[in-house]
Design a protein around this ligand. Structure first.
Ligand code: GDP
Ligand code: MG
Ligand code: ZN
Length: 354
């Protein structure tokens, strides 16, 4: 059972069975409540108080995590005592500035974008950066091929930004491309589904699963409305043996910390920039600027260059913000210490006076 969920010989060898805990994988999370799959079955689970107390930033369990579990005694919930080392993870910073893991142990990131409407290579570049940062191998999935009349041109445009990641066109409606997609989803490997709402992620999950597992957006006037969802689950074991992760949190991934991912996604642009005559070239028309030359010749797409600059600005903004936050926290800490010291000194003076 656990092998179906991606448990490997290496993990088996490294797991501390002496601890009395059992290995399990998190398949769903809703706030503090988890569902996990262990060798002996599926359980509702809580995180132990000790783990909550000890957990560093992003260290609490997330969907896809392997954990050390105390199975339930009687009808109670199981308890998660430890999170096993992650092979990869998608994280974000919440509104309060705290790091949070959205999902873990992903092998593949399926990056969805629809072939109709607002077909947008810039958004895909963003997702490519996030996927690479998270340690998952990206596969670009172009959906709703049945609604697209310029399939070959759009595929070629995507390929030009994908940096070697496979690009596949599919239709959940006609079944086109599904076999090619299945070839990228090997058994026991976990693939996260990235992409804006409405591009057809849940529809694809249902088609691949052969069941209405995920709620899909109802078309207005659809008489079938209200009967789609049977079970909600974020990590889904497909009949073909691969695992798909369709978590709501994945919609909120930002490029904020994805410095390495951005570099990998724009390796061509960074190589060009490195070949400018001046090492501090601002690419604003200096002599010997390789970027300007490539933009002029059309070798570098202006929109791609603009997106690279935009993502760099976002990274820089995030860095400055964090420096600012860290400086503020540092100052506050010292002010508190200084205040405590002054209060202590005052009390001492009073004692001295007595
Ligand atoms: N024509 C067409 N429509 C699709 C296809 N896949 C999904 N849709 C429709 O797109 C809408 C959004 O799909 P959904 O799976 O809910 O998107 P999600 O938000 O990414 O999960 C629904 O109305 C689907 O019926 C497709 O391959 N072709
Ligand atoms: Mg959906
Ligand atoms: Zn330059």
């Amino acid at each position: 059972m656990l092998i179906d969920y991606g448990w490997t010989d290496n993990r088996q060898r490294d797991f501390d069975f002496q601890s009395g805990y059992a290995p399990a994988r998190v398949v769903e999370q809703q706030r503090g409540l988890y569902r996990v799959v262990a060798e002996t079955g599926e359980y509702a689970a809580h995180v132990s108080g000790r783990l909550i107390y000890d957990a560093g930033p992003g260290a609490l369990p997330a969907v896809g995590d392997w954990v050390a579990l105390a199975p339930p005694a009687g009808d109670g919930a199981a308890i998660i005592h430890r999170v096993l080392p992650r092979a990869s993870a998608f994280q974000r910073t919440d509104a309060a500035g705290k790091r949070e893991t959205i999902c873990a142990n992903l092998d593949i990131a399926l990056i969805f974008t629809a072939l109709n409407g607002d077909f947008n290579p810039r958004r895909v570049e963003r997702y490519l950066a996030v996927a690479r940062e998270g340690g998952a191998a990206p596969v670009v999935v172009l959906t709703k091929a049945d609604l697209c009349e310029e399939l070959a041109a759009r595929c070629a445009r995507m390929e030009s930004v994908a940096g070697g990641a496979p690009v596949l066109a599919i239709s959940a409606l006609t079944g086109a491309g599904l076999e090619q997609l299945a070839a990228h989803l090997p058994p026991r490997k976990t693939a996260a589904l990235l992409g804006s709402s409405g591009v057809g992620k849940s529809t694809l999950v249902n088609v691949l699963a052969g069941a209405a597992l995920m709620q899909t957006r109802a078309i207005s006037g659809d008489e079938k409305r209200g009967r789609h969802t049977t079970t909600h689950r974020e990590l889904i074991l497909l009949p073909g043996g691969s695992l798909l992760l369709d978590s709501p949190g994945l919609r909120e991934l930002s490029v904020a910390h994805a410095e390495t991912g951005v570099s990998a996604t724009f390796a061509d642009v960074e190589a060009l920039a490195a070949s400018c005559r001046f090492s501090d070239c601002s690419h604003g028309g200096e002599p010997g600027c390789a970027i300007t030359a490539s933009l002029d010749s059309g070798e570098l797409d202006a929109a791609r260059w603009a997106n690279y600059q935009k993502l760099q600005r976002e990274l820089a903004y995030e860095e400055r913000k964090e420096d600012h936050d860290a400086a503020a926290a540092h100052k506050q800490k010292w002010m508190k210490i200084a205040k405590g010291y002054r209060a202590l000194k005052k009390r001492r003076e009073r004692w001295d006076d007595d």
